[in-house]
Design a protein around this ligand. Structure first.
Ligand code: F6P
Ligand code: MN
Length: 295
């Protein structure tokens, strides 16, 4: 079964939008070999942009505004929400190329997407009607949810996304992926990690959020990029990173949090709202909240 056959027909426009993004993923995948340069620019987070960051953002942005499906979108690479002249039923949030600092050494990176109804993309994550990511690894895969399970497809030699995993449930392996420097961790977070290590959790951290969460989704455990000394609000972005990936993991039976509460309930304060990140199995997220709330 391919992606088109799999996505439910009850909202044909939502289906077209998901398929459009999957096609965008194919364009991005085929351009890695050609665009290996550094763009020489910085995004609004002062992160060095690589050529592909800028290009992926433009390609997807143009696709959205030409489609007649998207009223507005927000991108991690842009300082403001973009309103599309043609309009459309949906608004989109995207991290066009997450983990892009790893591209130069050929590790997995991905495109993260959240879709809302209406023309405001800065809504609480819980209001998403769909979320998906495209992972560019040994295989190029699309993982999507329209709140009817989480399903994964792999790009085959004919350019079709074919079903690989249907109705995924988060695994139960003991894996943890902890970002930031150990010496800067806050006391509650330190205790949490010590607890997990005491339970035999094995460390796996690549530096690509989308790839690390993908691993946790398949195998189980927890990804965290906490708040830390000097940056108590954390590094990763609520709108573009935690919300869509947390939404997908939640749909697969897992959970997500900023440590003190579920991020999906937060209304973004601004486009570049940063948060401490905890995403993974329900047990692990409950444990994280226990330590981070200081219970
Ligand atoms: O988008 C930011 C990002 O590249 C994530 O993909 C990743 O988890 C994180 O930054 C890695 O940060 P650091 O280099 O501090 O480990
Ligand atoms: Mn990112």
């Amino acid at each position: 079964m391919n992606l088109r056959q799999h996505i439910p027909d009850d909202d044909p426009e939502l289906k077209e939008l998901i398929l459009l993004i999957a096609e965008g993923g194919k364009k991005i995948q085929s351009s890695f070999i050609k665009k290996q340069g550094v763009a020489g620019t910085q995004n609004i987070y002062d992160e060095e942009q690589v050529e592909m960051d800028v290009w992926a953002d433009q390609v997807l942005g143009e696709d959205f505004c030409n489609s007649g499906l998207v009223a507005a979108f927000a991108s991690e690479e842009r300082p403001e929400v973009i309103n599309c002249e043609k309009g459309g039923k949906f608004s989109v949030v995207m991290d066009p190329l997450d983990g892009s600092s790893l591209m130069g050494i050929n590790l997995s990176v991905g495109t993260i997407i959240g879709i809302y109804a209406g023309d405001n993309p800065l809504l609480p994550g819980r209001e998403m009607v769909a979320a998906m990511y495209v992972l560019y690894g040994p295989l190029t895969t699309v993982t999507y949810t329209v709140k009817k399970g989480v399903h994964e497809f792999a790009l085959d030699a004919e350019g079709e996304f074919v079903l690989q995993h249907e109705d995924m449930k988060i695994g139960s392996s003991k894996i943890y992926a902890p970002g930031a420097l150990r010496k800067d961790w806050l006391p509650g977070h330190k205790k949490l990690i010590e607890d997990l290590e005491g339970q035999g959790y094995k460390l796996r951290f690549s530096g690509s959020f989308v790839a690390d969460v993908h691993q946790i989704l398949h195998k189980g455990g927890m990804f965290t990029y906490p708040g830390f000394i000097g940056r108590e609000q954390g590094k990763l972005r609520l709108v573009f990173e935690l919300n869509p990936m947390g939404f997908i993991v939640t749909q697969a039976g897992g959970s997500c949090s900023v440590g003190t509460q579920n991020n999906l309930d937060l209304t973004p304060e601004k486009i570049d709202h940063r948060v401490p990140v905890y995403v993974g199995g329900r047990t692990e997220i409950e444990l994280a909240e226990k330590y981070m709330k200081g219970d």
